[in-house]
Design a protein around this ligand. Sequence first.
Ligand code: NAD
Length: 517
Amino acid sequence: GLAGIALARAKDVDAKWQGTSTLGGTTKNFRDGAFVESKASTWCEVRDPATQTLLTRVPDTPAAEFDAAVACAHAAFPDWAATSILGRQAIMLKLQALIRSHMDDIANSITLEQGKTFGDAKGDVLRGLQVVETACGITSTLLEERLEVARDMDCHARRVPLGVTAAIAPFNFPAMIPLWSIPMATVTGNTLLLKPSERDPGASMIIAELCNLAGLPKGVLNIVNGTVDTVNAICDDARIKAISFVGSDRAGAHIYHRGTRNGKRVQANLGAKNHAILMPDANKEHALNSIGGAAFGAAGQRCMALSVVIAVGEAQKWIPELVERAKALKVSGGFEEDTDLGPLISPQARERVIELTGSVEAQGGRILLDGRSFRSAQYPHGNFVGPSVVEAYPGMRAYDEEIFGPTLVVLKADSLEEATQIINKNKYGNGSAIFTTNGATARKFEKEVNVGQIGINVPVPVPLPMFAWSGNKGSVMGDIGFYGKQGLNFYTQLKTVTSLWRAQDATSSRASVNMPT
Ligand code: NAD
């Protein structure tokens, strides 16, 4: 039957992993190293977005259970912070091996709950795994600074953990984004409370079980499922010192303000509208394939999706070929081998994408390729929309709003300068790419464009985890980025120690009252 593959996969995932979805059953919380059934009175349903099969129900964790989870994280902190750096590194080394060997299980869970293709889901896991791998280098990256500042006097700086930290994750990367925080927070000696997206918590639950297998002590990682109340509890609990948030503008601004008002560090990665500039001197095949992949991959539900292309001058005549490439993409269930785009996360997301795509007609734009009425014969109940390409301009909703679906906005410009200005005026600043074979053009663009992550002939320029996430403008709140050196800084605070060790001290009997120099 149509739900056959999904059901088989669900049973497969379910049989192996105690904390994940029991088909039609409940997702547990993870506390003190154990999977605990919640006594919640309200639950969210997780449905396979390709079939609407009920996969699991996710609890809105009640206040008492939330409090118990924070208490666990709080109690586990002193011992964990006192564990040697080599001990913490050894656990990270085991965790990276376990994630690698269970990649297919995690990817299965992602395709089931989130809908992206199985190949793309493995990429989701791999990009998170790379953060774990980088965290294994902690013994080098956390090396301290020391200087002899005066005779017999030394000053050194040490980075120490904050205490209990929290991470709040979005639905679109169920493995990668929790893995931006789990390794970075714990390897630096903090304990962590993770709130996965209520729409696809399965990957986080599998990772929690792998953390147990890797030897992460009880209470170092805890998972509280839930929605707004759980998020607000995280913002308000005085035992929690820092919050990492990734998700939409609205939730992010709320969490940033509420968390910082309560004296916490907050790093928040928000929405995006990423532009590609297509120059007439580009390698056409490479550019069109890259733009098509980055616009429609994961059905456009990536914060680094290229959702706008600005065709400059003669490159405008390639737009029909871009439309042809979009048309050729296959839309189907994520487990089907030749699928390019899976379903959107929810029926509401589908309605929203259809509405926003159609809005260009009333606002003076044009629909060049219309995927709104797409229906899958094999998965008739799925949240599918086909790829759309629309011509729209600043001031029109399809351009101004983040669509988060497989709709590519195309606009035209006469010059690199004009195209760069369009990008610089956009409120978001996550990423941008240019396709050109001219080094001087690329360099000018890199210098003049105001976004944080720039691709030159690279469509999705997400920095690897030895660098830091560096979106800017409206795409972030807070001032310390995720992972890389910035991630280490986010999860640690500085202590500087000035010490004087002198064999024979001076013999004056008067106290010196001047500021020491
Ligand atoms: P979302 O904001 O709806 O949800 C994110 C988290 O916030 C979830 O855990 C959710 O439970 C919680 N939440 C949602 N609404 C809330 C509210 N009103 N009050 C308190 N908490 C709330 O985001 P999403 O739809 O899951 O994810 C998609 C968004 O995330 C897109 O805008 C995308 O661009 C963004 N995103 C950004 C990055 C980045 O690094 N910049 C990466 C991935 C996704």
